[in-house]
Design a protein around this ligand. Sequence first.
Ligand SMILES: Cc1cc2nc3c(=O)[nH]c(=O)nc-3n(C[C@H](O)[C@H](O)[C@H](O)COP(=O)(O)OP(=O)(O)OC[C@H]3O[C@@H](n4cnc5c(N)ncnc54)[C@H](O)[C@@H]3O)c2cc1C
Length: 464
Amino acid sequence: MAEVSRHQLNLLRTLVSGPVFARGDDALAAEVAAYNVLVTHDPDLVVGAESEADVAAAVRFATEHSLPLTVFATGHGSYVDVTEGLMLTTSRLAGEVAVDVEGRTATVAAGHRVSDIVAAAAAHGLAPVVGSSTSVGAIGYILGGGVGPLARTFGMSSDWVRSFRVVTAEGELVHADATHSPDLFWALRGGKGGLGVVTAMELELVPLETLYGGSIFFDPEHVGTVFTAWLEWTKTVPEALTSSAAIVRFPPLEFIPEPLRGKTALHLRVAYVGESSEGRRLLAPLRRVAPALIDAVGDMAASDIGSIHNDPADPIPLWDGNVQRLLTHADAGFAEAILETVGPDVDVPVVAAEVRHLGGATRRDVPEGSAVGGRSADYSLLLAGLPDPSLFASALPQAMEGITGRLAPWLSETTLINFQAKPGEAAVSSWPADIRARLAEVGEAYDPRGIFSGHVAADGSGKM
Ligand SMILES: Cc1cc2nc3c(=O)[nH]c(=O)nc-3n(C[C@H](O)[C@H](O)[C@H](O)COP(=O)(O)OP(=O)(O)OC[C@H]3O[C@@H](n4cnc5c(N)ncnc54)[C@H](O)[C@@H]3O)c2cc1C
């Protein structure tokens, strides 16, 4: 990487209206503080872009000085310390989320979180198709396809993007949609990083005010029977119903609700798009399997969708060895193997083992096609290790190896890019070869020198 002189740094400061931080500046760490508290970014330079013109100037500067450029929104996708190059932060690119009620769209700038779209859309009886956590950055989430509590009904979140505004490696502003720069539009829907800085997107909304949904928790003694019954039940439900089941080891801490404190419980998450009477009928067989510790499934505002998974909004530690895979199939043998490896009777450093029911609309690509990988799976699995650094070197990797070995008959090699922590493995496992090759072509066209992190190379390697 080229050295940036004091003179060039001063020049950069005259080119952008937002703040510029250099390594050693006191305020740099706070500007790039990630959701994942185990990560400390310390790049050479940070530009807090305030406008599209700032983004273009920062990108040109990075290109001219051969500085690798990383985009930072909220740091929900931060697993690896960035220690060089230019980091561009997007939080100042916000303002109002503009909702076009008649056209049923929202125009969302790069600094917005998903929760901002949810709130703006709800005021008009509309909703975006979102993921489990509404505190993630809207653009970063969408670029990775995005799979959430409404996935079976409405598909991948990126299926709902109508257009992007993108600053390319040349510092050019490009409007990408199905007819303008369609190759770039194809790649940005699921292709994640490496293609440019998205400054804004137009997102189609769905008319949705209420859901029949929420969470149900079961005691350790019922985890096995309910998990096994849930898996069978998923094979019977319509596309209007999306659910997931997580075996969670709740710590014995004050902030955990008393009935769950210190227990390994089953957390079922449900979202049914339709009449609540029908939702109740569909859920009845599961409710009959065992008494619930807490049953909080009922009529809810669609704008409360983040409460279904209830992911922590505040920063937490995330281990970069967490395992995420799509499943080839999920039968009774799989349920048995899950319970044997991470069930309540086992002493294992896995804080959560989550299986999401996919399929339905996630299997259908948009008419123009998109770069989303992993559409063919009906289930995904996430194994999150205890975020205790003393376990990272050997205890956790060993435990994960044992678990994935036992689960091997059901694990596909494919992952969802949004949950990928390991830079080197991301490109190979997140897209099939044909999508990967086309992504590399589009990346070559819009970022020939590979300035942006996340650039997918033709040989299948990739960096985040
Ligand atoms: C608690 C939690 C729950 C999650 N739940 C889900 C879920 O249900 N479904 C799902 O699909 N994913 C989920 N994710 C994954 C999440 O969507 C990704 O980590 C996503 O990358 C977060 O984006 P961000 O912008 O908030 O994060 P950041 O770490 O700030 O950005 C991650 C990457 O996104 C890209 N990026 C962000 N903004 C831009 C931009 N303006 N232009 C170009 N590139 C950009 C860059 O490549 C950047 O490196 C979850 C993550 C966490 C931590």
